[in-house]
Design a protein around this ligand. Structure first.
Ligand SMILES: *Cc1c(COP(=O)(O)O)cnc(C)c1O
Length: 392
């Protein structure tokens, strides 16, 4: 018994590298603060007043984070599960059986919405851009102006496309679409953008979805939809799913402050703490400043080693950095991944982008000093693989 415990403490799986926990340089779940983790060390019942107060704080705090409020005609609905479930809740509840959704897609998350539509038999069309480019207002408007587009009732887009790290022109697009087609409802997946890039509902957004474990730095367990109340009321009776019914979830939260089914109690308490840390850091501007500082350390270090970005600077985000896979024959991604992991640097294990590439996230409870360590670990990993630097 003793021997086995001793063995386990030496195994790279259970032993924190260099006396610390692994750092996550991923798109989520992310590294969280100790205080966010500590907020979960209490068990509240789902009908406990203390828990219901936390739900209330979170719902109003999230509306405020998007420049919105109940008084101004907006609502926040929390949905149990991962971010995809929040998007699916909105898509399945908002688009009526005789409606049609236009999806502006420049990556895997746009295409995922199209997949949802296929599962639910929702009429849809995809307008596609390469995953290293941003969607454009001009092409979107040109599409909506076509005679055959008169049947389109809803438009969906991604705010920050996490696939390669592209920031889409959300404000310009929302204003332009609403200016010319005020009857069209706009649905935004802002999963990885919310909290780090501005998002205001009054730009003309009807539904914006994000989740607990991205830029607000909570733990996984739920997503949330910020909704224009009129658009939300139109969802009544439309949902194709019981557990993901957005209108019914909202009605229940309004009537009793409670969830219809078991709520993610601990994740919610963690999130309330995360949201107050986000506010204390200065909201979007404070968080963006730290993430941008992280990105700058990474950019300088990687460029010095000769790594090339996959996304051009103009629409590259400071949240996810995708690098072209080096052509050097000794550069093996699995080996690279394992070497970094052995030193406690967890990166995203798979490729999502169309081109051969790998990516790092600069989000989560990470600081520029962590990125200096990451850059040093990348250099060391290249040495260990006998990849000469700088790359040519
Ligand atoms: C992370 C992410 C999602 C999905 O989140 P899950 O929690 O994995 O379901 C959806 N869209 C975008 C843009 C994301 O970054």
């Amino acid at each position: 018994m003793c021997k086995r415990q001793g063995d386990r403490s030496r195994s790279p799986r259970s032993a924190p590298a260099k006396g610390r926990e692994p750092l996550l340089f991923t798109p989520g779940p992310l590294t969280t603060s100790a205080t966010v983790k500590q907020a979960m060390l209490v068990d509240y019942g789902s009908r406990d007043r203390l828990f219901l107060d936390a739900v209330k704080d979170v719902r109003s705090g999230l509306l405020a984070a998007a420049g919105a409020s109940k008084e101004a005609g907006y609502e926040c609905v929390i949905i149990q599960g991962s971010g995809t479930m929040g998007v699916e809740s909105v898509i399945s509840s908002a688009v009526p059986s005789d409606g049609k959704l236009l999806i502006l897609s420049n990556g895997a998350y746009g295409l995922r919405i199209a997949t949802m539509c296929r599962y639910m038999s929702i009429a849809h069309e995809v307008l596609e851009w390469p995953d290293s480019e941003a969607v454009t207002v001009e092409r979107a408007l040109a599409k909506l102006r076509e005679a055959e587009s008169r049947t389109i009732t809803h438009v969906a887009m991604i705010h920050h496309e996490t696939t390669a790290g592209v920031i889409n022109p959300l404000e310009a697009l929302a204003r332009a679409v609403k200016g010319e087609f005020p009857e069209i409802r706009l649905i935004v997946d802002s999963m990885s953008g919310f909290g780090a890039y501005d998002l205001r509902m009054d730009w003309g957004i009807d539904f914006a979805v994000s989740s607990a474990n991205k830029c607000i730095e909570g733990v996984p367990g739920f997503s949330f939809a910020l909704c224009n109340r009129q658009a939300l009321e139109q969802c009544k009776g439309r949902s194709r799913s019981l557990s993901l019914a957005l209108y019914e979830q909202w009605q229940n939260l309004e009537a009793s402050g409670q969830f219809r089914f078991t709520p993610p109690t601990h994740a919610l308490l963690a999130f309330r703490q995360a949201l107050s840390e986000w506010q204390a850091e200065g909201g979007v501007s404070g968080r963006a400043a730290r993430y941008r500082a992280n990105y700058e350390v990474l950019r300088r270090g990687m460029e010095q080693m000769g790594f090339e970005f996959y996304v051009p600077e103009g629409h590259r985000s400071f949240l996810i950095s995708t690098f072209v896979m080096p052509a050097h024959p000794n550069f093996k991604f699995q080996k690279f991944y394992d070497l970094l992991a052995a030193h406690g640097f967890v990166i995203y294990p798979g490729k999502l982008a169309q081109g051969e590439s790998f990516r790092f996230g600069s989000i989560g409870r990470l600081f520029p000093s962590d990125f200096q360590l990451l850059v040093a670990a990348v250099r060391l990993a290249c040495q260990e693989m006998s990849v000469d630097l700088p790359l040519k």
